[in-house]
Write a protein that binds this ligand. Sequence first.
Ligand SMILES: [Zn+2]
Length: 337
Amino acid sequence: MFRKKKAIFDKINDYLIKKGHEMCMSIYLNNYNGNNIYIRFDYVKKMSVYKVVWVDLNFFNESRMEDYINSQMMTKFLAMKLVNKLTKEEHESCYDFNDDIIGDRVEVLTYFNEPREYVFDRFLPLGWDFLIDPLAMIFSYLPRGMEVFLNEIFGKYDQLEERYNYLKPVKFDLLHDDFNKLFKAQIIERGEKYFTGGKVSFLEKIENKYTAIVDGTVPYLVVLECVSDSHVLMWCNCKYPTFCKHIYAVIRAIREKKFNNFYKVRYIGSAQTLLDKVTVGNFYLCFGVEGDKLLLVTSEGNIFPANIMHKNKCVFEVIEDDDECSLSKYLEEVKEK
Ligand SMILES: [Zn+2]
């Protein structure tokens, strides 16, 4: 990924050199939450000022660089603090790669005394405290929205690693890995009860995604998306902030091949756009009914109750039912009412 983009860095560098910028430090957020952001701390000799420069490479047009390269002057006081701090810094280049993480790489280069490189995945490693102030100072000159990156980068220092790691692809072999790798003992115990109690009522694999409904106090939706051969994105709509008993129960069901397909329905009403968001191809996953509503699963992973009838017309047709044709029969009953 870095190599592919190198030409772009060279072009940005050439552009800034022409503007009289000398690079003191750069930070590259490489596929960080899907973002590619190039940030620099530059000295502009002819003006005797330091500037923070940033470019969002996901939205970059080489032919109109001046519109895409943003910069902001840093106050002299703060800039000198930053320079002094890093000039005195004696840390050699260091690297902290984490095989469990896809993307989310941060590449920091400094050009004080001699060029140095500090590269890590997702979280600034404990013990690299010397980078905390420089990063915080530079980020304070970036648009507000970029704070989220800084907060996550400092996740280890705030002890919020687990919170950030959840909702990201995690290295886990769904069929073979030890549950203890992700799940706490008491979650395993509770999840096991859910599984053996037959609470995983629907489970289906479509392409690279498992979708499941686990019956609890309310139905919980679990989605496990295999983003690569080794990494899975796991998600449940319950309130537990990390890998929960519902996800555990679903993985157990996958291992025991306890699949139970969802009902599939097609929307045949006229207000097509209303339901665009719940489409999976040209059908919707459905796990039951509640009064005059079908319980559908949206492609974003939400439960969406949809009216069966619209202006006295049934707006759904069943394209996959269970052996007893329960859903088709139910729709007939609703129609006759
Ligand atoms: Zn859950």
